[in-house]
Design a protein around this ligand. Structure first.
Ligand SMILES: C[S@@+](CC[C@H](N)C(=O)[O-])C[C@H]1O[C@@H](n2cnc3c(N)ncnc32)[C@H](O)[C@@H]1O
Length: 321
């Protein structure tokens, strides 16, 4: 994609003011909703000059290398790549997280999962917490930072996502406190956690319905990983599979916290209760008033392991419980 009007050869004395105006015009033309703000952030990223200083000192000269770097970022954003991938970072729960196109960009509503996990475990110095589908690691890192004595395990099926999560764990100084596993849902836990030991399993699984795929913004549909978004025909494939697998690992009284899409909460709770292992203890709403996180408490009682996901492994777990 070319960025019209941004060639440095056309500019006699390249300055911050000129670059800002060109970047803003280019983003506006591409239909970006906040071209003024975003162009200031892109300049800040390259020039290390705050948006305020850009406005106060528009006459500051820009080198050819700086101009070209901003031009490249503006072109990516004008092509509808999310700003967070262009800048490589997103804030979540008060921390900056590295993000690449291998991971979902953290959304503010997912903080409900962290808050609820912390609320449930803060009095329990030996809590065991498992996150399924860790992506950037934003949830596991935030939980580990808030619960310094908890054992935290983070799983993702994508090795590329786990590599990003590890970078974030190091960046926030919790890499020694989170055990990472690559694999499908809870299957990697088999060799690491005995049955009925986990206090909280939290997950923000993919939950976009098949029929909603084409309605997603291009930023999401064309750039965020499909593996992190698509949840099957009705968007609840992974919720159903977690409902099957989680009872074997959770303590009686332990909870499964799952983020859900618009209109999915009732169905997920019904399916959970229908399976016999859970009772709904809460449904948390996000700031938009949407039912966003279902909190399911594992009932006490023996496991009917044949009804769960991996019969052989789970039968073994039952023997140990
Ligand atoms: C919606 S993203 C959530 C990422 C992060 N936890 C967050 O809240 O920002 C879902 C994540 O689940 C992972 N995932 C998808 N299918 C999976 C599976 N079968 N087992 C484990 N992880 C899976 C994806 O790779 C992706 O990182």
């Amino acid at each position: 994609m070319t960025v019209r009007g941004l060639g440095i050869a056309d500019v006699p004395v390249p300055t911050v003011g000129l670059l800002l105006a060109e970047a803003e015009g280019c983003l506006k033309e591409a239909g970006i909703e906040q071209p003024t703000l975003e162009s200031a952030w892109l300049l800040e990223h390259v020039l290390d000059l705050s948006p305020l200083k850009q406005r106060v000192k528009p006459e500051r000269q820009v080198t050819a290398a700086e101009w070209t770097s901003v031009q490249a970022l503006v072109a990516r954003r004008a092509n509808r790549e999310p700003l967070q991938y262009v800048l490589g970072t997103q804030e979540f729960c008060g921390r900056e997280f590295r993000v690449t196109p291998s991971v979902l960009i953290p959304r503010p509503e997912s903080a409900l999962l962290v808050e609820e996990t912390v609320r449930r475990c803060k009095e329990n110095f030996r809590a065991t917490v498992v996150e399924v589908g860790t992506g950037s690691g934003c949830l596991a890192v935030s939980v580990a930072a808030a619960l310094p004595t908890a054992r935290v395990l983070a799983i993702d099926v994508s090795p590329e996502a786990l590599a990003v999560a590890r970078v974030n764990m190091v960046q926030h100084g919790v890499e020694g406190r989170i055990e990472c596993f690559c694999g499908d849902l809870l299957s990697p836990l088999w060799e690491h956690i005995p049955a009925n030991q986990v206090d909280v399993i939290l997950s923000n699984p993919p939950y976009i319905e098949e029929s909603d795929w084409m309605t997603l913004q291009p930023e999401v549909r064309c750039f965020e990983p499909r593996l992190a978004l698509a949840g099957g025909r009705d968007g609840m494939d992974l919720h159903r599979r977690l409902l099957q697998q989680a009872p074997a690992y959770l303590k009686p009284g332990g909870v499964l916290l799952m983020e859900v899409g618009f209109g999915q909460a009732d169905s997920v709770c019904r399916q959970a209760e229908g399976g016999g292992w859970f009772r709904t203890c809460d449904v948390l709403r996000d700031e938009g008033g949407i039912d966003r996180v279902v909190c399911l408490e594992r009932k006490s009682g023996g496991l009917k392991l044949q009804s769960c996901g991996a019969p052989t492994q789970l039968a073994e777990l039952n023997r140990h419980s």
